[in-house]
Design a protein around this ligand. Structure first.
Ligand code: GH3
Ligand code: MG
Ligand code: MG
Ligand code: MG
Length: 297
C-alpha cells in the first residue's frame, strides 16, 4: 500500500520514510503542505497519509481541510503526526478532519499500530466500494445478456431526450422484438432460447456505435437509443435487422435462426418520453401485423 509522508523537516521525513519502507509501505514524500495537497489531488493519490502539522506554505491541518472540502468520500485516511500535542491541538486536528493524531515524540510501536488501523480502514473502504459497484451494476443490468435493464435504458433515454431538447440535435429509438420467439423455446428448449437472446445482443453490440445505447426492456424485447440520428435513421435499424436475420446462432451444433421486427421513432425535439416510446411501440405493432422481419417507422 502507498503512503504519503509530509514533513518539512528533512531528518524527520527521512526517518519516517525509512520506517514506512521497513513496515512494507511504498512511500510518496512531500516537503511541505502544498506539495502534499498536490499529491493528494492526483487520481492515483495514496489513500493513507501521515502529515506533519507545522509546515511552510500550507500546514497539515489546512491540507486536511482542503481534502475534506473537495470530496465527501472519507479517504485518504490521514494521521496527524505533530509536536503540537496539547489536548486543544488534538481536538482542533480531529475537528479539521484528521482520522487520528499522534504526538511527537512518538513510540514506534504506537505509530506502527495506528498506521495499521489506517491500512485496515482503507482496505475496508475499498471492499465496500467494490460491493457498492457490484450492487449498482446488478441494479442497472440484465443478468442474462449483460446489457442495461429496462429501468437503466429508460433513464438513459430520458437524459438523452432532455439533452436534445436543451442543445438541439437528433435522436431515434428502435424497439426490437424477436419474431415467434416462443417457437424457439418450444422447439429447442429454454436454454437455447437464452443463448439466442445473448447471441442477438452480441450481434447488435457489434454493429452499434460507441455512443448508441442498448437495453433489454424485458423478455425478447430490446431498446436501441441512437443519438445523432433522426428521420433518416431507418438504414441503421435495417442493418440490425439484416444482421440478425443472417446469423446462425448455434446451440449444441444445431443452427438456429431468428428474425426481428423493429419499431422506430425519431425525436423531433418536442416529443416526451412516453410519446416517443408509444410511437415506437405502435410502429412495432405495425411491423408485426404486416408480416414481421422488418423495420417500420
Ligand atoms: P411475436 O413474433 O408476436 O413477438 O411472437 P413471440 O413468440 O416472440 O411473442 P410472445 O410474446 O408470444 O412470446 C415471447 C416469448 O419469449 C415467451 C417467453 O417464454 C419467451 N421469453 C421471455 N423471456 C425469456 C427468457 O429470458 N429466456 C427465454 N428462453 N425465453 C424468454
Ligand atoms: Mg514541521
Ligand atoms: Mg416476440
Ligand atoms: Mg415481445
Amino acid at each position: 500500500m502507498r503512503i504519503l509522508i509530509a514533513d518539512d523537516d528533512v531528518t524527520s521525513r527521512t526517518m519516517l520514510t525509512g520506517l514506512m519502507k521497513r513496515w512494507g509501505y511504498d512511500v510518496v514524500e512531500a516537503i511541505d503542505g502544498a506539495q502534499a495537497w498536490e499529491e493528494l489531488q492526483k487520481s492515483d493519490a495514496p489513500k493513507l497519509a501521515v502529515l506533519d502539522w507545522v509546515m511552510p506554505v500550507m500546514d497539515g491541518v489546512e491540507v486536511i481541510r482542503q481534502v475534506r472540502a473537495r470530496s465527501a468520500e472519507h479517504l485518504p485516511y490521514i494521521l496527524l503526526l505533530t509536536a503540537k500535542n496539547g489536548t486543544d491541538d488534538v481536538i482542533r486536528g480531529l475537528d479539521a478532519g484528521a482520522d487520528d493524531y499522534v504526538g511527537k515524540p512518538f513510540s514506534l510501536g504506537e505509530l506502527r499500530a495506528r498506521i495499521q488501523v489506517g491500512r485496515r480502514t482503507v482496505e475496508l473502504h475499498s471492499r465496500l466500494q467494490e460491493t457498492q459497484e457490484a450492487l449498482n451494476h446488478q441494479a442497472t443490468h440484465d443478468p442474462l445478456t449483460g446489457v442495461m435493464n429496462r429501468r437503466a435504458i429508460i433513464d438513459h433515454l430520458e437524459k438523452e431526450l432532455s439533452r436534445v431538447k436543451r442543445d438541439g440535435g437528433s435522436l431515434s429509438i428502435g424497439i426490437l422484438d424477436i419474431d415467434h420467439f416462443k417457437r424457439v423455446n418450444d422447439r429447442y428448449g429454454h436454454q437455447t432460447g437464452d443463448e439466442v437472446l445473448c447471441g442477438c445482443v452480441g450481434v447488435l453490440g457489434g454493429l452499434l456505435r460507441d455512443y448508441d445505447l442498448l437495453g433489454r426492456l424485458g423478455g425478447e424485447e430490446f431498446l436501441v437509443v441512437a443519438p445523432g440520428t433522426g428521420d433518416d435513421c431507418n438504414h441503421l435499424y435495417e442493418r440490425l435487422r439484416a444482421a440478425i436475420a443472417s446469423t446462425k446462432f448455434t446451440s449444441r451444433a444445431k443452427p438456429v435462426s431468428v428474425t426481428v421486427s423493429i419499431g422506430v421513432a425519431a425525436c423531433d425535439g418536442t416529443a416526451g418520453l412516453d410519446e416517443l416510446l408509444a410511437a415506437a411501440d405502435d410502429a412495432l405493432y405495425r411491423a408485426k401485423r404486416s408480416g414481421r422481419d422488418r423495420v417500420v417507422q
